[in-house]
Design a protein around this ligand. Structure first.
Ligand code: ADE
Length: 256
């Protein structure tokens, strides 16, 4: 899979090719990265990439033309690499939420994507209308630019490319069933007076699986009740599991 990232700070993307799972997958040829700086596509002496917003207001807005030329160069590079129609995404706090379902779909489709990282107050809407398939947000908070969002998206997609992980990750599987992950423990068995839950030392696989499932349900109820509702609506929570949740609510472990 190929990613072309449009950014004023190409050095911010290097962590992906320099560190961890994404680095190994990059070295193994599972994905490729190129960056394009809109400043290289300006024609004035100051290499201007932004201007004040029409209608007034604070901050600056990214100019359409340097972004358009950078995206066209990226699209041409994708075509040369065999990707006919790469998806074009732009990052913004006002975008549609990035979800596990989208990440898995994009990883499954492979091919390529052009990722546009905004800075300042935003990007001229006419560029977005002309070139961008979807605006993406990674959460309800405001970043200084799209680069950190691009890192999150590429990292999340790459770990789903076949061969990227040495073994399947419990955290990924857990999200696929719509619940948060159960807690994990490793050695020592007692750390600063805190013991590992007995059942995990029992070697009893069925009991361990049941304990983890209950932990995942209770955690999801505590932290992300809306995810639990979605899991219920799609029939992924059985009657025995509903009784665990009722008991957890009765004991005050989960708020009703
Ligand atoms: N740019 C600024 N804030 C953002 C967010 N939350 N997600 C994606 N891109 C952004």
């Amino acid at each position: 899979m190929r990613f072309d990232v449009i950014t004023l700070f190409p050095e911010m993307l290097r962590v992906l090719t320099d560190c961890g799972i994404t680095r190994r997958a990059h070295e193994g040829g599972l994905w490729q990265l190129a960056t394009w700086n809109p400043r290289e596509f300006t024609s004035d002496a100051h290499r201007t990439v932004d201007d004040r917003p029409f209608g007034g207001g604070p901050g600056m807005v990214m100019l359409a033309e340097p972004l358009a030329q950078a995206v066209e160069a990226a699209q041409a590079a994708q075509r040369a690499a065999g990707v006919q129609r790469p998806r074009v995404l732009a990052f913004a706090a006002s975008g549609l939420p990035l979800t596990d379902a989208k990440v898995r779909r994009w990883a499954g489709e492979g091919g390529g994507a052009v990722l546009v990282c905004g800075r300042y107050e935003g990007i001229d809407q006419r560029f977005l209308d002309e070139y961008v398939d979807e605006e993406v947000s990674i959460g309800d908070f405001v970043l200084s630019g799209g680069e950190v969002a691009a890192l999150a998206l590429i990292d999340a997609v790459v770990r789903h490319l076949p061969g990227a992980l040495k073994e399947p990750s419990a955290a990924d599987e857990s999200f696929a069933d719509g619940l948060l992950d159960a807690p994990q423990y490793t050695r020592p068995e007692v750390w600063r007076g805190r013991s590992v839950p007995e059942v995990l030392l029992s070697g009893h696989h069925a009991q361990i699986a049941a304990w983890r499932r209950r932990q995942a349900l209770v955690r999801t109820a505590q932290r992300r009740p809306e995810l639990l509702q979605t899991a219920r609506a799609s029939g992924r929570i059985g009657p025995a599991e509903e009784s665990w949740l009722d008991a957890a609510a009765a004991s005050g472990e989960v708020k009703k």
